[in-house]
Design a protein around this ligand. Structure first.
Ligand SMILES: Nc1ncnc2c1ncn2[C@@H]1O[C@H](COP(=O)(O)OP(=O)(O)OP(=O)(O)O)[C@@H](O)[C@H]1O
Length: 248
């Protein structure tokens, strides 16, 4: 399924951010088209989390512009944020609540309740393969399962853009592959647009759009296969060269 819209799901134009004297982001521009999986690839400290903090409005951006499906984040923040689901790097589930309660709580924060929402929550849990665990406490889940609950929770208010900040950190290989596959299914089958921040190039497929962020700047962009072809090397080697600290 593809979502029909003229506007990109996310448009970031010339965004900068400073922490005191440290320039964490400089002139960053990127676009996520509706129904696409886009990777933001960068090593530790590149500025990925800072960019996510701006797009989610944890930090106010004073330079540049961010639009979500055409809604300017500074001018119409509630409309922009309504389209946005986020999975942060740190775990944010309440371990003593059940899986279902965690999602219901999030729904309530969005002013959502009632039978239709309860059904939607169960459908989302099934979508991420956890329908059977709905009434278990989060503390009984594995790390990978908890991440999948967070993905389901991010979709409770039916956003069309999902941001994930290094969602596979700390997971074993099988759980990592599972999370990547779950999110790719959402893109392919539900037309959700995804911005996936990572430093793990193995999570990127040849057809993905990739932005390489290094020291707060976009140093390369394009289809993964094209970036590799242009440099005449594997994606791993291409990424290593682009983010080589000595060369920068
Ligand atoms: N609150 C803060 N105060 C000062 N400097 C910060 C703050 N948050 C981040 N930085 C700095 O800004 C730069 C970008 O950090 P950021 O966390 O956005 O990178 P990242 O790509 O998300 O890295 P990681 O994968 O390690 O989370 C780094 O140099 C970091 O030290």
């Amino acid at each position: 399924m593809t979502v029909r819209t003229d506007k990109p799901a996310l448009s970031v134009s010339a965004v900068g951010h400073r922490f005191g004297k440290r320039e964490a982001l400089a002139d960053v521009s990127l676009e996520v088209q509706a129904g696409r999986f886009v990777a933001l690839l960068g090593p530790n400290g590149a500025g990925k989390t800072t960019l996510f903090s701006i797009v989610t409005r944890l930090y106010q951006n004073r330079s540049g512009r961010v639009e979500v499906y055409g809604h300017d984040l500074n001018l119409t923040p509630s409309r922009a944020l309504a389209e946005l689901g986020v999975v942060f790097q740190a775990r944010t589930l309440d371990a003593d609540l059940t899986v279902r309660q965690n999602l219901a709580y999030h729904a309530a924060l969005h002013g959502l309740g009632g039978r239709a929402v309860r059904e939607h929550i169960l459908a989302l849990l099934k979508r991420v393969g956890l329908g059977e665990r709905a009434d278990e406490k989060v503390r009984t889940l594995s790390g990978g399962q908890a991440r999948r609950v967070e993905i389901a929770r991010a979709l409770v208010h039916r956003p069309r853009l999902l941001l994930l900040d290094e969602p596979t950190v700390g997971l074993d290989l099988a759980a990592r592959a599972d999370i990547v596959a779950t999110v790719r299914r959402l893109v392919a089958e539900e037309g959700i647009a995804v911005l996936w921040a990572t430093h793990i190039f193995e999570e990127i497929a040849n057809d993905d759009d990739v932005y390489v962020l290094h020291r707060g700047r976009i140093v390369a962009e394009g289809k993964a296969a094209m970036l590799a072809a242009r440099s005449g090397a594997s994606l791993a080697e291409t990424f290593r060269r682009l983010t080589d600290r000595e060369a920068a």
